[in-house]
Design a protein around this ligand. Sequence first.
Ligand SMILES: Nc1ncnc2c1ncn2[C@@H]1O[C@H](COP(=O)(O)OP(=O)(O)OP(=O)(O)O)[C@@H](O)[C@H]1O
Length: 256
Amino acid sequence: MADTLIQTENLSISFGAHKAVNNVSISLEKGLFTTILGPNGAGKTTLFNLISGLLKPTEGKIYFKGTDITGLSPIERVKMGMGRSFQLTNVFSRLTTFENVRLSIQAHQEVGYKMFTDYRKFKSLNDKTHEILEEVLLKDKKDFLAGELSHGEQRKLELGMVLALQPEVLLLDEPTAGMSIEEVPTMIDILNKTKEKGTTIILIEHKMDMVKALSDKLIIIVNGAKLVEGDPEEVSQNPEVLKAYLGGGVLNEPTT
Ligand SMILES: Nc1ncnc2c1ncn2[C@@H]1O[C@H](COP(=O)(O)OP(=O)(O)OP(=O)(O)O)[C@@H](O)[C@H]1O
C-alpha cells in the first residue's frame, strides 16, 4: 500500500446556504495518478482550492505527509511541496517562454538579481530552465514571447512553471481545457513522463480518453460529496457512479 501524501478529513465548505464541498474524506497516495471526476458544479475545483489553501474549510482538516496544514497559506503549502497550476494567470505574456520558467525557478530558489554576478548560479539556473522546457516540449519556443504562444503551448508553459517549483505533488485542474484535440496527446505524454519521474499527480478532468490513459485511481464527487474512490475499472462499473452519470454513457465515451 502506497504512503498517503494528502489526506482530507470530513472537509466541508459552505457558500451561504450552499454546501459546495460536503464532508469529504479522501486519501491521495504517493506516486499514484489520481483523477477527480464529477458532473459540472460538483465541487471539484472548490476541493482543489481547499487543498491548495486558497479557501479555508468551514469544517474538517487537511493533512500533508501527516502534518495538519489546514491553517497554512497557499505559499506555505507550495514551500512544503504542493504545486498547483492556475489557469494561465501566472504566465507573463510579455516575457519569453524561457524567462517565464527561469523566473519561476528563481522564485522557488529565492535567488535575487545578485545571481547575475555569480556565473555558476546563473549557469545552473539556465540549465534547469532548458531541462524543464524540454520536459514540457517547448524547447523550440524558448525565445517566443509567452503572449505569442498558442493556447495549448501556454498551458504547457504554465505546467513548466509549476514543475519549476519542484513539487512533490501536482494539482492540475483541466490542463487541456481550451486545447485543440491534436494537442491533447502531447499533454498526456508530458504528464506520463512527469509521473514516471516520481511526481504524484492529482487531476481534475472531463476528457475520458485522457482519464483512462493516465489514472491509477478515480475519485467521484457528486453534489459536493464523495460518491466512491478506487481502481478506475471498478469505479467505472459501480452502479451508483453509472446512475450519477445519467445512464452510464459518460464514463464509456471519449468526450470533449
Ligand atoms: N466563491 C464561491 N462563492 C459562491 N459559490 C461558489 C464559489 N465557488 C464555487 N461555488 C459554487 O460551488 C459549486 C461547486 O463549484 P466548483 O467550481 O467547485 O465545481 P466543479 O465540480 O469544479 O465544476 P466544473 O466541472 O464545471 O468546473 C457550484 O455550485 C459553484 O457555483
